[in-house]
Design a protein around this ligand. Sequence first.
Ligand SMILES: Nc1ncnc2c1ncn2[C@@H]1O[C@H](COP(=O)(O)OP(=O)(O)OP(=O)(O)O)[C@@H](O)[C@H]1O
Length: 251
Amino acid sequence: MQNDIILEATGLTKEFLGFVAVKDVNLRVRRHSIHALIGPNGAGKTTCFNLLTHFLVPTSGRIRFNGVDITGRSPAAIARMGLVRSFQISAVFPHLTVRDNVRVALQRPLRNSFQFWRSDSMLDRLNDRALALIEAVGLAPYAGLPAVELPYGRKRALEIATTLALEPEMLLLDEPMAGLAHEDIDRIAQLIRKVAADRTVLMVEHNMSVVADLSDTITVLARGEKLAEGPYAEVSKHPQVIEAYVGTGHG
Ligand SMILES: Nc1ncnc2c1ncn2[C@@H]1O[C@H](COP(=O)(O)OP(=O)(O)OP(=O)(O)O)[C@@H](O)[C@H]1O
């Protein structure tokens, strides 16, 4: 059903000075699913991700979010519509505490309601919401710590909290496991699963066991084109997918 598709890209193409980095990609992300974008190095994942989050303008193709054509709108405008990219938009201030980082994120003027944190009762509500978010991402013991002093994996959790503060309907995660130690990977994977319970998540991710474990649907890109799509059990057996990975030393 059309209504089940929250994000849809049709004929997405990006050329850089004649080099086609993303070629005629069609993508349909189901509401409330975790959808991964994978592929060997240089496959066009980052370019595709940047097109979807409007950090890059497509050479051709359309992008629809909740049935609305959002092609060419600014990242801030689409964030206001509920499509939020993590990590880039949600900057963490290193010398603010975890609590204050989340409070700042909650006050970001992305939604129309930002000006009215004035009265004590509003401030209480802000504090309550900050605390709830901090607890949701497992950072309660670190609430009073400056962000710069957080262990690396916990910083990723804080980035997710500040993104959630924007109340996204759909979250785009750019390599959420990059640079994380093994024990942090498990924790952040669980957090993504939890976050996705009532949202939609699209992520670019290299860690294949995380992709296998979390994703409902996987889109495989190679040389800018869509090679395969489906659940992990299907795409991992796809001969062209195996060849694409083996061919670039990723097997
Ligand atoms: N701004 C740019 N100008 C020219 N070429 C670019 C630009 N950005 C990306 N490319 C090229 O487009 C192709 C796809 O790059 P992209 O970064 O999207 O791949 P990727 O799948 O994210 O790779 P990786 O896994 O290595 O991050 C590469 O050949 C890259 O060199």
